[in-house]
Design a protein around this ligand. Structure first.
Ligand code: ADP
Ligand code: MG
Length: 696
């Protein structure tokens, strides 16, 4: 066990290292840029680069990379060594300011959604000094943003950084109008909770579906699933504990505050949460969390699955995006305090979030979507695909008062008495939790609970920030013009609540009644990613993102294309894998088994003993008939895949993959899973759910 305080941040070029190693003037300039989000003074680059290089070399680094986040959703890195040959036979270690500030990776093989032609290969990476550089695997990693030759964003970081800037500007306008003269900027604070599964590598290696698609495409239900709920918060097994300890060590060294870990609901499922930090940092850290979970698992003979739905019939994984806004002088703008009805500043910011989520529900649903999350949203284990906000009893009561006029009181938190004398009396929270809500207020933050476990949190946050910024700008316009700001605040609160209270729902989001009620309220219920993708080109959303300069119309359109293309490619890979496994693994196994049964019938007959052969005959009949069904379903799947692949329009193609290919994959699986329940385990060509879920 390491000494946490000693190792924390030891591989990060953080504030303490900068203070120690940079000339005083350079340090001060850079710190001001980072803290107040001022334009970068490029003259500091050479001396920062030199200090970074010396520090990284001392840590054993030989290479550096511009670390960036293209639209593949994962990080990208291309390493250059520090080597330089100034004269023959002489080698020095060099890293200039120019190399720190700008990189030029070939962009041609990254998704651009039509922003550039294949021939236009140039792309640039630009140093993001607000996210600290770090050493990982003997390489100096410099967080950067990635754009095309024309300056358009080809990554997830640029829109995120822009959105935080916009949110800060608009929030400061509101604060100024409310009389705050001291705060300089507002940041969003984000704390992601990451769920994942662990499986034994020896079983993983035998499953083509896990290898190619990250999820199981076949698998009959084992006798035990998650029904006993004995895994949730259960004692962590030693092997998993050793893995978690090493993950924590690696994260702490990178200055990532791994805090909470526990077993999750499904067997084999776990969660890790880091302490919240500024949104851009939280996003970078979460990318590293995902990378390190995967890397460390391998060292323990395990594989970490980040897919949203690796197994049918048990819960999948999500990522809860805890989100709040705070000023640079330490005020959480979403902290209601003891008497929320009197806290006008809180109420205004809360109303801005409610309005934003109601107006932009469709695009919030989309940014939480990926092919994997389509198995979860609305499937009674994750939040429904309908976006609604849970406020809790206390705030719902305040909101009801606001709707009618002024709010004059807040329900107070009571004391919880267990009735056991020796136990302490506990102060209750003002609200209970609601685990069915996609967007829940949890005391002093909102928890966006739909986000996909394997995906970057950058775009969900970028859209949320921009939507809230837009509401704040509308509020600021009103307050700046008002002669009596206090009266205007009251009028605005009532207006906003009246207009948007339809998105507030405190009940059970998993019920059919809610689906019907939501429809009555006019809330969108978009069932699939393919249908949800339209939100990226809907006029109101394009206008929102373009108005604030976060994503242009072209960039939004590009992301629409990429979303559809990625969906199509993902389902295509799943379909091909399904077909291959069915034809080359399952069918041959089934036929071998049938031959064995047939052989046994013949062998018994040959003995001349008048034995009862009905069991063998029944099994043979059933297996043969299911094998025929399987073959027919695979043929139908192959045909559907072929015709979907030939569709030229991106939307129609993704639609065909969802409503034709995907359905046919399910039909193949259905028959195969039935066969798994009959065929001798010795013949079954790959490990079962029981092997995968209960052996770690
Ligand atoms: P839960 O009980 O919901 O599972 P966890 O402890 O797993 O909660 O995670 C809660 C997350 O919310 C952590 O990342 C925590 O740092 C973060 N968080 C706490 N307060 C705030 C806040 N004000 N703003 C944003 N995130 C916060
Ligand atoms: Mg948690």
């Amino acid at each position: 066990m390491s000494n946490l305080c000693e190792i924390f941040g030891s591989n990060v070029f953080n504030d303490a290292v900068m203070k120690q190693r940079l000339p005083e003037g350079v340090y001060k300039t850079l710190k001001k840029t980072i803290e107040e989000k001022l334009p970068l003074d490029i003259s500091v680059a050479d001396s920062v680069a030199a200090a970074m290089r010396d520090w990284a070399i001392e840590k054993g680094a030989t290479h550096y990379t511009h670390w960036f986040q293209p639209l593949t959703g994962v990080t990208a890195e291309k390493y250059d060594s520090f080597i330089s040959i100034p004269s023959k036979g002489k080698v020095i270690m060099e890293f200039s300011g120019k190399e720190l500030v700008k990189g030029e990776p070939d962009a041609s093989s990254f998704p651009s959604g039509g922003i550039r032609d294949t021939s236009q290969a140039r792309g640039y990476t630009a140093w993001d000094c607000t996210s600290p550089a770090f050493v990982k695997n003997g390489q100096l990693c410099i967080p950067t943003a990635f754009c095309s030759y024309t300056g358009e964003a080809l990554d997830t970081k640029i829109p995120l950084l822009k959105s935080t800037q916009v949110l800060s500007d608009e929030a400061i306008r509101v604060l100024r109008a409310l009389g705050n003269t001291t705060s300089k900027c507002v940041t969003t604070n984000v704390g992601p909770e990451q769920e994942y599964f662990l499986v034994d590598k020896k079983y993983y290696d035998q499953r083509k579906d896990l290898i190619y698609t990250g999820r199981t495409l076949f698998g009959a239900q084992p006798p035990k699933g998650q029904e006993l709920e004995d895994h949730y918060f259960g004692v962590i097994k030693e092997r998993v504990e050793a893995f978690m300890a090493e993950v924590n060590d690696e994260l702490w060294k990178l200055g990532i505050s791994a805090k909470t870990q526990h077993n999750e609901v499904a067997p084999g499922q776990h969660e890790i949460a880091t302490i919240f930090s500024e949104g851009n940092n939280a996003n970078d850290s979460n990318q590293l969390v995902m990378e390190i979970l995967k890397k460390v698992a391998l060292r323990h003979g395990l594989v970490c699955l980040l897919h949203e739905k690796p197994f049918a019939g048990i819960n999948g994984s999500g990522k809860h995006n805890n989100w709040s806004m705070g000023t640079d002088d330490g005020v959480n703008l979403l902290n209601p305090g003891d008497k929320p009805h009197e806290n006008k500043q809180f109420l205004i910011f809360m109303a801005a979030v409610i309005s934003a989520v109601d107006k932009y529900a469709d695009i919030l649903r989309l940014v939480a979507s990926n092919p994997g999350n389509d198995h979860r949203l609305g499937a009674n284990e994750a939040p429904p695909a309908i976006i609604s906000i849970f406020l809790g009893e206390q705030l719902e009561n305040v909101v009801e008062q606001l709707e009618k006029g002024k709010a004059t009181n807040s329900k107070t938190a009571s004391i919880l008495d267990t009735g056991v004398k020796v136990l302490p009396k506990l102060k209750k929270d003002a609200t209970d939790r609601n685990r069915t809500s996609p967007f829940a207020f949890t005391g002093n933050k909102f928890e966006f609970r739909m986000v996909a476990s394997s995906a970057s949190i950058a775009i969900p946050n970028a859209v949320l920030n921009t939507a809230v910024a837009d509401e704040l700008s509308i509020i600021a316009d009103r307050l700046e013009k008002a002669s009596d700001v206090e009266a205007e605040v009251d009028i605005l609160l009532t207006e906003l609540i009246k207009a948007h209270k339809k998105v507030i729902f405190n009940g059970n989001g998993y019920t059919d009644e809610w689906v019907a009620e939501a429809e009555k309220r006019g809330l969108p219920n978009i069932k699939t990613l393919v249908e949800a993708s339209k939100a990226l080109i809907a006029e109101k959303n394009v206008k929102l993102m373009a108005k604030h300069g976060v994503l242009s119309e072209r960039e939004m359109h590009a992301r629409y294309e990429i979303t559809l293309e990625n969906y199509t490619k993902t389902i295509n890979i799943e379909a091909l894998t399904t077909s291959e496994m069915a034809k080359r693994q399952i069918l041959p196994a089934v036929l071998n088994f049938a031959a064995k049964v047939a052989g046994s019938i013949n062998a018994i007959k040959a003995t001349g003993v008048p034995a009862d052969l009905s069991v063998q005959r029944d099994i043979l009949k059933e297996v043969s008939s299911l094998a025929a069904d399987l073959k027919a379903n695979v043929d139908a799947l192959d045909k559907a895949t072929e015709s979907a692949a030939a569709v030229t329009d991106a939307y129609d193609q993704a639609h065909a993959y969802r409503f034709d290919v995907f359905e046919k994959m399910n039909s193949v699986r259905e028959v195969a899973d039935k066969l798994e329940g009959i065929v001798d385990k010795e013949f079954w060509p790959f490990p079962t759910y029981g092997d995968l879920l209960f052996t770690v």
